[in-house]
Design a protein around this ligand. Structure first.
Ligand code: BEZ
Ligand code: FE
Length: 277
């Protein structure tokens, strides 16, 4: 029977000794070790422990088919980006860097052709932009038939699935690269937007004086047979919040400039570089 804090920690760790799955045993024992050491380090009070329980309970209650508050919590604590770094550590410096998926990806976006627009609404806001480039391997060789799944918010900072009135599939599209690896689509310049902050995670951000904003970005998942697929963003170089993205998703290599064209529209060029499997 434990009489000291450290004896208690050791006893709880030992209680997992008979776990037959070695990975589960490793994770549970490490979790106990770190969560105990956290509580000991901050000298967690009864009230603070209860506050945390109530916070996690509220986080769970906020979750639904269309809202995953625990993932938002993981995102804002930098855990999602950390797991991304652990599992997709820089292999080939030439390859497109990954970043987090986020909660607004949907399956079955409209399948579109080279140069098509992903705008599917009549709202007349936003700066028109052409996004184009190639999908290539690390030696610059074009990858034909690569699949590009792209999505972004509208100029009001909302994804189609956050708006009951919006056309589904607005500002989403699936493209296939041409024989020369080329892809292109018409869109609007993305804008910074706040992550959903009407729940416990938003409350947490306000309590600690953090803002809920993400830097302006376009999401992309790019895949091709024989290559490792990449889940990533392209960030607007002129966006606010590049150095304080609330979910820690920005990587320098993913920041690109929207260049003004003579016809008043914008052009963003970006090549996706995939690594062979
Ligand atoms: C997003 O970029 O869509 C996103 C990522 C994390 C939390 C909320 C939104
Ligand atoms: Fe996003």
């Amino acid at each position: 029977m434990a009489t000291t804090e450290n004896e208690l920690t050791a006893e709880v760790i030992a209680s997992f000794n008979r776990t037959t799955d070695p990975r589960l045993k490793e994770i549970m024992q490490s979790l106990v070790k770190h969560i105990h050491s956290f509580a000991k380090e901050v000298r967690l009070s009864d009230e603070e422990w209860m506050f945390a329980i109530e916070f996690l309970t509220a986080t769970g209650k906020m979750c639904s088919d269309v809202r995953q508050e625990f993932i938002l919590l993981s995102d804002t604590l930098g855990l999602s980006s950390l797991v991304d770094l652990i599992n997709h550590a820089k292999g080939d410096e030439r390859a497109t860097e990954p970043t987090i998926l986020g909660p607004f990806h949907v399956q079955n976006s409209p399948v579109l052709k080279y140069g098509d627009s992903i705008i599917q609404r009549t709202l007349d806001i936003g700066e028109p932009a052409l996004v184009r480039g190639r999908v290539v391997d690390v030696n610059g060789k074009p990858i034909a038939g690569a699949l590009l799944d792209v999505w972004q918010t509208d100029a009001n900072g909302l994804y189609d699935i956050q708006e009951s009135t919006e056309v589904s599939g607005n500002l989403r599209g699936i493209f296939h690269s041409r024989d020369d690896g080329g892809y292109a689509f018409q869109t609007i310049r993305p804008v910074p937007y706040p992550i959903p902050d009407d729940g416990p995670v938003g409350k947490m951000l306000r309590l600690v004086n953090r803002h809920p904003w993400r830097a302006a970005h376009i999401h992309a998942i790019v895949s091709a047979p024989g290559y490792r697929s990449v889940t990533t963003h392209i960030f607007d170089e002129d966006s606010k919040y590049l150095d304080s993205d609330t979910v820690f998703g920005v990587k320098g290599s993913l920041i690109k400039k929207f260049l003004p064209q003579s016809d008043g529209t914008l052009l963003l060029e970006y090549d996706f570089v995939l690594v062979q499997e």
